[in-house]
Design a protein around this ligand. Structure first.
Ligand code: SF4
Ligand code: SF4
Length: 177
């Protein structure tokens, strides 16, 4: 039996870990976060790495989804009229971190900064927003892990002729289903 873990499996494990951490942070910051179903101002048309794109395609095929509705007039074409994501179970990793306090290395500041949706933490005293490694998601680490998996995917599937900078528009899902 071949025990090799494919890059798509690695991607899904990273997604599982991100979901777990996101759930913990949402719980931790529950009294200061207003993210909810139908709130979609953070949604926008996205591009993703091929490994993420083809993982989503594979899962949607397995679920029997043939052509998800895409409305080019919306901020993200996968939003329905109620502002809900129609591909929610398959959405990319970046969508799973929206609204959370995200820590990243801020080059001009020469140090770590934290970003979050302005709708969240809105009534909190900025001086009391005591963000640190235990209550934020480290965006740089997440992006580094995702990029490593992306590079491995390129090696695994050289026939696709993608490069390190290849990104695919999520709007193209329907063309591969
Ligand atoms: S894929 Fe879904 S969650 Fe992500 S931006 Fe589009 S509508 Fe929003
Ligand atoms: S991140 Fe902001 S816009 Fe997105 S769901 Fe949360 S509160 Fe709404």
């Amino acid at each position: 039996m071949d025990n090799t873990i494919t890059t798509i499996q690695q991607y899904r494990e990273l997604r599982r870990q991100t979901d777990k951490l996101a759930a913990e942070l949402e719980k931790l910051h529950a009294d200061r976060m207003v993210c909810r179903k139908g709130c979609c101002q953070c949604c926008t048309n996205l591009t993703v790495f091929p490994v993420e794109f083809f993982s989503i395609v594979e899962e949607m095929k397995q679920a029997g989804i043939t052509k998800p509705a895409f409305d080019a007039a919306k901020a993200c074409g996968y939003l329905d009229d109620k502002g809900e994501c129609i591909i929610y179970p398959y959405r990319p990793i970046i969508c799973r971190t929206q609204g959370l306090p995200l820590a990243f290395y801020d080059e001009p500041q020469q140090g770590y900064s934290v970003t979050f949706c302005p709708k969240n933490f809105a009534d909190a005293d900025p001086a009391k927003l005591d963000f640190g490694p235990n209550n934020t998601l480290n965006l740089d680490e997440l992006n580094d892990e995702l990029f490593k998996i992306h590079l491995q995917f390129l090696q695994e599937r050289p026939q696709l002729h993608f490069t390190a900078s290849t990104r695919i528009e999520l709007s193209q899902l329907g063309e591969y289903l």
